[in-house]
Write a protein that binds this ligand. Structure first.
Ligand code: C2E
Ligand code: CA
Ligand code: CA
Length: 827
């Protein structure tokens, strides 16, 4: 190798030929040595006689080697011409044989061991060994001076010396190649070499696989600087071109792939410049989104920084995300922001993902319009937290808000209130008029409650059916505020409501109030206690409100215990029926009895129906219990006949819940059949409230009862809705004046006139009327005066066990006999 370098150096020093000048290239030089070593091998260079020639040869080969090297090294950046331009100079208009190239005057003498002829032949042989395609053209017609073996092979030996290139390769005509050669030939001093890729095949008809050859054409100048010919050197770049095509195709593919996506996509290099963006992003650019637009080649990071400096928080966040991902602190980033869109405000989700290739690193930014997704998520969340009918928060959200209120109160030390609101009589209204009226009523009430509570600015929720809750937090005096809101809500509900065109409803609401922290420190406890207070408020009469007190939860607990015990009470025969006599006001004679149930509780003793009938109704236990009572009453009536009690009707109370069941009628029928009671001696009492439910099935059920031949009466008459139309519709036998009117009739004009009105009504409709709860002789006297024929009450007899009634009847008979035999009859 050292020797070769020396030889090469010597060759240069001699300045033997224009080629030598051409071939003095920095890159080629280094490569020349390398190539020469591999080409010749060390051993063949022993002969010193060929030293000079081999110096030239080494350079010549080095030139080609250099080209290979250049090609290899410069494949990626093919465009640049980094090598010197001029091929060199010729000393004549025609190309001299290679051996006769002029010698620079200052050059040292060339060893004369080899003849010029031999030298030429050697060079030609050498060129023929070169894998490059070499062509030397002469004159303006581009006559082939020399085509090396590789070139001849490539073109199927069509290129021969002395032939103009146009004739040799006619298929190249019309593609601008010859014009290019003309230009090279006409080029001035300092002209750069010209690259041109040419497609060539073995034969003019296109036989053989086409090759793509990268030709470099360089003018060959004579001593006067005029162009005498063209030196063409070509490399087969078919493989590279194919790879290039493939690369371009992949590039196109990836672009059209990202263009097909609806997401906005930008590829950003590590320095922040945009390498690529897709069509969606381009199309959207400048249409009013909040973030800066990405422009290919521009620096996206800087654009974001600039926007951030102008106060754009989103751009600032996005720039931060990109930097974090680029620095490797995060694998990916995400940012959601609201942006202006021509169609209104939209939500965009921006994602930053790192990518690293062999040569480059950067991020891929994708942006997606997630407005639809977000709005349906919001919708789902809304549905999960709000009541569908009223749009008020539901229990979930209420619980959440209460927790927040607890948190705030814990910090501030301030109390807050929870109000449980329930509409009175809603159930009856709902059952009487149907669900659409019920729903409309609930909606109207929701609005009223929300409006009444709004002033205090807090959560109003609907728990279900007709139950509402108001949370009053952040108020100075929670207790005072709560009672004000309770009253405001109650006043609002009381206003008549026009749900149906021809009918106005007047409702009322009861309210129970619990206070944090005294009545509970958590949502569940506060709600439970507010509801206990609500029950108390209901028990004390409609339309009131109550604050919770611990004794209420004792009641509430009792209720829970009762539920369990009630179930067992029936099988353990803890129920007993007592009977209260009904008498003729004038004679005091027994005209009927009312069956009233009692519960002999193992620990609590005798319990009145008011304590357990409502629970039995709510839990459904009323059905077996009601059946039991009816049966017992019928059996008792039969038993009394044997004991000499006059055959009077026995009245059995029927709860609304019983009447609602379709199997009620068959159950009554079966009981009559099984007990053998004369249906005329059985009376069913239905409260006025129940009669309100004028629904079609109920109507026909009541009709059906009548067909069985039994008696029907309306209990607690005067307390229900003043819809009297049903009195004419139903096949009734008796009205029972509610005891509240009797209790106050002697001292209250209003009550007395109601009693009078009911008596008048009974008379005009042909119904019997019985006064309930007669306790004093004054009341009895008044009723007598008013024309009331029947009475029931403690004055005559309390509800008593069946055996006691037999005794009561006997003593009455004796009393009657005494009176008949004595001073005569009194009331
Ligand atoms: P109700 O049907 O109005 O029964 C009359 C209630 O007034 C009875 O109360 C009775 O003891 C009471 N009472 C009778 N005379 C007087 C009086 O002179 N003064 C006063 N202050 N009260 C008098 P009780 O037995 O506690 O029953 C209460 C309610 O429980 C009944 O009201 C009825 O609605 C219901 N109930 C009673 N037994 C049954 C039953 O077997 N089935 C159903 N479904 N409900 C029943
Ligand atoms: Ca009754
Ligand atoms: Ca009654």
């Amino acid at each position: 190798m050292t020797i070769l370098l020396l030889i090469a150096g010597l060759g240069v020093a001699l300045g033997l030929a224009f080629r030598i000048a051409v071939l003095v290239l920095a890159s080629a030089f280094a490569a020349a040595a390398l190539f020469a070593v591999s080409y010749f091998g060390g051993a063949s260079l022993a002969s010193s006689a060929l030293n000079a020639l081999l110096g030239l040869v080494a350079l010549q080969v080095g030139y080609f080697g250099g080209m290979v090297f250049r090609y290899l090294a410069g494949a990626a950046s093919r465009a640049a011409d980094v090598v010197p331009d001029e091929i060199g100079e010729l000393d004549g208009a025609t190309l001299p044989p290679l051996s006769r190239l002029p010698r620079p005057p200052a050059a040292p003498p060339v060893p004369q061991a080899v003849s010029a002829q031999a030298l030429d032949e050697r060079l030609v042989a050498l060129l023929d060994h070169s894998p490059s395609f070499v062509l030397v053209l002469r004159g303006p017609d581009h006559v082939v001076e020399h085509a090396n073996q590789a070139f001849r092979d490539l073109t199927g030996a069509r290129v021969a010396a002395g032939l103009p290139l146009r004739e040799a390769l006619p298929e190249l005509a019309g593609q601008g190649y010859f014009e290019l050669l003309d230009q090279v030939f006409a080029s001035r001093q300092g002209q750069k070499r010209t690259h041109v890729p040419v497609r060539l095949t073995h034969a003019p008809n296109g036989a053989g696989a086409p090759r793509i050859i990268d030709f470099v054409a360089e003018p060959i100048r004579d001593g006067g600087g005029r162009v005498a010919g063209i030196f063409i050197d070509g490399q087969d770049v078919t493989a590279a071109a194919r790879a290039d095509d493939r690369f371009r195709e992949l590039d196109r593919q990836s672009q059209s792939t990202i263009d097909a996506l609806a997401e906005f996509i930008a590829v950003v290099r590590a320095d922040g410049t945009v390498a690529r963006i897709n069509k969606a992003w381009k199309d959207f650019a400048g249409k009013g989104r909040a973030l800066p637009d990405a422009v290919e080649g521009a620096n996206y990071l800087s654009a974001c920084d600039q926007a951030a400096a102008g106060g754009d928080r989103d751009a600032e966040a996005v720039a931060g995300q990109i930097r974090r991902v680029l620095s490797g602190k995060a694998k990916h980033g995400e940012w959601e922001y609201e942006g202006g869109h021509p169609d209104g405000r939209r939500t965009y989700l921006l994602k930053v993902n790192r990518f690293s290739g062999d040569h480059s690193e950067g991020v891929v930014i994708t942006q997606e319009d997630v407005s639809e997704r977000r709005s349906s998520e919001r919708r789902i969340e809304y549905l999960a937290t709000h009541d569908a009918l009223t749009g008020l928060p539901n229990r979930n959200l209420l619980e959440d808000r209460t927790k927040q209120a607890v948190e705030r109160s814990r910090r501030s030390g301030q109390r807050f209130a929870l109000l449980a609101i329930d509409l009175d009589n809603f159930k009856q209204l709902n059952e009487a008029y149907g669900h659409s009226v019920g729903d409309a009523t609930i909606s109207a009430c929701a609005l009223r409650i929300a409006t009444a509570a709004k002033e205090w600015g807090d959560t109003v929720a609907r728990l279900g059916s007709d139950e509402f809750v108001v949370v009053l937090a952040d108020v100075d005096d929670a207790a005072t505020a709560a009672s004000r809101v309770a009253r405001a809500v109650q006043d609002a509900i009381k206003m008549p409501m026009a749900i149906l065109d021809d009918q106005e409803f007047t409702l009322s609401a009861s309210v129970g109030i619990s206070l944090y922290p005294a009545d509970g420190e958590r949502f569940d406890g506060l709600l439970k206690n507010a509801q206990a207070a609500l029950h108390r408020a209901k028990a004390l009469g409609r339309g009131g409100y109550q604050f919770y007190s611990p004794e209420m939860s004792a009641r509430a607990n009792e209720r829970v215990i009762f539920e369990g015990e009630l179930r067992r009470a029936l099988s353990r025969e803890q129920f007993e029926i007592h009977f209260q006599p009904q008498v003729a006001v004038d004679t005091g004679a027994l005209i009927g009895v009312e069956a009233l149930v009692r519960w002999r509780h193992p620990e609590l003793g005798w319990l009145q129906p008011g304590r357990f009938i409502p629970i039995a109704e709510e839990t459904g236990l009323i059905d077996p219990l009601g059946r039991y009572i009816l049966r017992e009453a019928c059996l008792q009536s039969q038993a009394w006949r044997l004991e000499g009690v006059p055959p009077v009707p026995v009245a059995v109370n029927i709860a609304a819940a019983q009447l609602r069941h379709a199997d009620f009628l068959p159950m009554v029928e079966q009981t009559i059949a099984e007990t053998g009671i004369d249906p005329k001696l059985l009376e069913l009492e239905i409260t006025e409230g129940t009669m309100m439910e004028v629904s079609e099935p109920l109507l026909s059920r009541i009709d059906g009862l009548k067909q069985l031949g039994i008696r029907l009466s309306i209990d607690d008459f005067g307390t229900g809705y003043s819809n009297l139309a049903y009195l004419r519709t139903f096949p009734l036998d008796r009205l029972k004046i509610d005891q509240t009117f009797i209790a106050s009739a002697t001292h209250d004009e209003g009550s007395q006139s109601i009693v009078r009105a009911i008596l008048g009504l009974g008379e005009s409709l042909g119904l019997e009327v019985v006064a309930e709860g007669v306790e004093t002789p004054e009341q009895a006297a008044l009723l007598d005066r008013l024309g009331c024929r029947q009475a029931q009450g403690f004055l005559y007899g309390k509800p008593m066990p069946a055996d006691d009634l037999v005794a009561w009847v006997r003593s009455r008979e004796q009393q009657g006999r005494r009176q008949a035999g004595g001073e005569g009859r009194t009331a």
